[in-house]
Design a protein around this ligand. Structure first.
Ligand SMILES: Nc1ncnc2c1ncn2[C@@H]1O[C@H](COP(=O)(O)OP(=O)(O)OP(=O)(O)O)[C@@H](O)[C@H]1O
Ligand SMILES: [Mg+2]
Length: 510
């Protein structure tokens, strides 16, 4: 039997951005019809590897082979010619163009006469949308679609190009549970057709679910690779971080009685916000970490934004520190000592072209402490402290925030708000795209803050994250509270069944 030639092989890839080393002798191999996971901490170089193959980043050294033959990928066109299509972590769709035009961009369908074939275009785009279960019109503008729909479209666009190699960079970060199932189904079909895939994710369960091989990066280098079945979760974390993973006990279990002498910070009664939130009542006490669980889109984001004053309520009441809130805009909530971190960082939380330093400081200036009264030295120290505490991998403080890797951008947003020391911190899926190790570090910091009296309300799509950090969990289902889990009731099994809308018959702690 002949030796199996790797279909795709990256060897000894180097890449520097100024003083930042993004890749150092990095390698990756993928065989035909194989799904290769590319894992590693935030800033370890995963997206840069993908961008080298996409022709967006020119490496300083190294070689790429396809079918044993050396290839040069100098541009996006070269990449397409070699059979690559990419779905990027930060979407490549053009928001002001229609769904149809985005999908057909660069591969417009023409009639024999050389005109754009409108009828055929519509038909193929509709077929693609159906295959991906994307519920929108081909003429909808991309910017009007939900973030999850946009992510799905990003993948659909890549698949439409019928690639030999499909590169998927953290595409499930914004996807709902059912969308992920659809995507995995399509990936299995493509695999059977012989398409090879590179799959970047921070969700460890996905690696075990869908990937054949794994390549692990740490600090710009390839540390190890092999069959997924030869790795345990702890192995992966070990190779990613170089340290043995620490396992948290579910800390801070409190019984119902403990609440009576704690100050009530947030009291929500029968809140409704059309169309998603129907009847939500929940409480959060001083120094408590309250989780909001549920499948995506059950009203979590709306409730969190309503507390801040970013979304108007239709009915019910929200009290903060004993008084009904009357915020007209989020700025009012912020002035009252409320902080807010969202996982949708590009839309809501980050200023990509401003410097890292300015981004970290933005929270404090929003709170009313004006920028100009602080010396640049003070701003610099404040920012440097945050960068150190949160382990944000940066070049220089003066670099634009957009130079950071996706997960490091998210850490920056979290750092900014926690550094502001709000009285109440609202977190809407805050660790989206943050690697497993940094996530645990952020949790430690949040626990510290709560121990010092900060109240935290956190929604997370990741059930493990919720179990790990929350003292109590309100589980939302179709805009209502399906269960409130605390103490002995707070188990993964109860969480998952409540998420599916199964009401627990046990008496809930209140
Ligand atoms: N255009 C750029 N300019 C400067 N530095 C960059 C640029 N792109 C990437 N880097 C740096 O290169 C390193 C690797 O980044 P990369 O985006 O590949 O990380 P990643 O593994 O994808 O991380 P994440 O999990 O957070 O997405 C980081 O330190 C990042 O700040
Ligand atoms: Mg990345």
């Amino acid at each position: 039997m002949g030796e199996v030639i790797c279909l795709l092989e990256m060897r000894g890839i180097d890449k520097r951005f100024g003083a930042v080393v993004a890749l150092k002798n990095a390698s990756l191999t993928v065989k035909e019809g194989e799904i290769a996971a590319l894992a590693g901490s935030n800033g370890s170089g995963k997206s840069t590897m993908v961008k080298v193959l996409a022709g967006l980043v020119a490496p300083n050294g190294g070689e790429i082979f396809i079918d044993g033959k050396k290839v040069e990928i100098k541009s996006g066109t070269d990449s397409v010619k070699e059979g690559f299509a990419t779905a990027f972590q930060d979407l490549s769709l053009i928001p002001t163009m229609s769904v149809k035009d985005n999908i057909l961009l660069g591969c417009e369908l023409k009639t024999k006469g050389g005109f754009v074939d409108e009828k055929e275009s519509r038909k193929v785009v509709q077929e693609l949308l159906d295959r991906f279960h994307i519920d929108c019109d081909p003429d909808d503008y991309v910017q009007t679609l939900m973030p999850s729909t946009q992510s799905m479209l990003e993948v659909a666009k890549a698949v439409f190009r019928k690639p030999k190699f499909l590169l998927l960079d953290e595409v499930t970060a914004s996807l709902h549970y059912d969308e992920i199932e659809t995507l995995f189904g399509i990936m299995r079909e493509l695999k059977a057709e012989g398409v090879s895939m590179v799959y970047v994710t921070h969700r460890m369960n996905e690696i075990f679910q869908i990937c054949d091989t794994i390549t692990i990066m740490r600090s710009s280098e390839t540390i190890t690779s092999g069959q997924v079945s030869d790795f345990t979760l702890d192995d992966i974390v070990y190779y990613m971080t170089g340290a043995k993973p620490k396992h948290h006990e579910g800390t801070g279990e409190v019984s119902a009685e403990d609440y009576t002498d704690r100050e009530l910070v947030v009291d929500i009664q029968n809140l409704s916000i059309a169309p998603k939130v129907k009847d939500i009542s929940m409480k959060a006490y001083r120094g408590e970490i309250v989780g909001i669980g549920g499948l995506e889109g059950q009203g979590q984001s709306e409730v969190i934004r309503a507390i801040l004053g970013a979304v108007k309520k239709d009915g019910g009441s929200i009290s903060y520190l004993g008084k009904p809130t009357k915020y007209k805009a989020p700025a009012d909530g912020v002035k009252a000592g409320i902080g807010f971190v969202s996982g949708e960082r590009n839309n809501e939380a980050m200023f990509p072209i401003r410097t890292i330093s300015e981004n970290i400081f933005a929270g404090n200036s929003a709170k009313g402490k004006l920028f100009k009264f602080l010396t640049s030295k003070e701003v610099k120290k404040f920012s440097q402290d945050a960068v150190d505490t949160y382990n944000i991998k940066i070049g220089k403080l003066k670099d634009p925030a957009s130079s950071l890797s996706g997960g490091n951008q998210q850490k920056l947003v979290v750092a900014r708000w926690i550094a502001m020391k709000p009285n109440l911190l609202l977190l809407d899926d805050p660790t989206k795209g943050v690697d497993i190790h940094s996530r645990q570090e952020i949790h430690d910091i949040i626990r510290d803050c709560a121990a010092n009296g900060m109240t935290v309300i956190i929604s997370a799509s990741d059930t493990e994250e919720l179990m790990d950090i929350s003292e109590r969990i309100y589980v939302f289902y179709e805009g209502e509270v399906a269960a409130m889990l605390a103490g002995e009731n707070k188990t993964p099994e109860h969480l998952v069944s409540a998420m599916m809308g199964i009401k627990s018959s046990e008496k809930e702690v209140e």
